[in-house]
Design a protein around this ligand. Sequence first.
Ligand SMILES: NC(=O)c1ccc[n+]([C@@H]2O[C@H](COP(=O)([O-])OP(=O)(O)OC[C@H]3O[C@@H](n4cnc5c(N)ncnc54)[C@H](OP(=O)(O)O)[C@@H]3O)[C@@H](O)[C@H]2O)c1
Length: 245
Amino acid sequence: MQRVLIIGATSAIAEATARLYAERGARLHLVARNRPKLDAIADDLLVRGAPEVTHAALDVGDFSAHAAVIDEAWRALGDVDVVLVAHGTLPDQAACESSVDTALAEFAVNGTSTIALLTLIANRMQTAGRGTIAVISSVAGDRGRASNYLYGSAKAAVSTFLSGLRQRMAKHGVDVVTIKPGFVDTPMTRDFKKGALWAKPEVIAEGIVHAVDKGRPVAYLPWFWFGVMTIIRCIPEFLFKRLSL
Ligand SMILES: NC(=O)c1ccc[n+]([C@@H]2O[C@H](COP(=O)([O-])OP(=O)(O)OC[C@H]3O[C@@H](n4cnc5c(N)ncnc54)[C@H](OP(=O)(O)O)[C@@H]3O)[C@@H](O)[C@H]2O)c1
């Protein structure tokens, strides 16, 4: 039986992923800030086949609470096979440009809080000498764009942190999986006009579980985003700065 810890468990992508683990009979511990939503998701996962689902509340911006929440997760699960870190916000880029406080608060939620949590989690996993840490970054971290570079830079920090963490943890039998979704139809993107490049959270969830099972270092989801981002990364700066992407 797999034991799975999910942080940001009320996210649409995380919930869809948790359902797949529940259907496999995994034991889950969920962490998110919205208690009523956590209760509802936990009940649903029990119905779908999870033998036991525990949960804890955490606003990831409350860094002083991180250690206790991670301790509690390990106490609840005993040992952890898979960690999925999924929380995030899509900041208002214009607001981040006009307020240093807003920019730093958004960077904290999307970047620093993930790095802080992973620092605690990695030490636990290193001691166990097994398991997988999967983190939802974004294709937005592959190149800064005028329309969302605060978000992109936080995700870039997470992706680069994960690259180093993967190298460190490889010597300790722990896989580190960087998940890079493209456009996903979730509450985060509810105001966006959807088109051909958009995916449903259930599709991303299948990709996450597959990448974790295979211990893939980096998973672009859906797969075609690898090609899209390879092209976008190759555009020279003198040209890129003239584009509106
Ligand atoms: N949707 C996309 O197009 C897309 C693309 C690439 C990457 N991603 C990434 O995918 C991940 C999941 O996002 P999603 O698309 O599933 O969106 P979502 O359904 O809006 O989920 C975002 C989650 O983050 C949580 N969260 C935000 N601020 C938090 C805080 N301070 N403390 C604790 N939890 C907090 C939210 O909690 P509440 O429920 O309490 O608000 C929510 O559960 C995020 O890391 C996102 O950056 C999304």
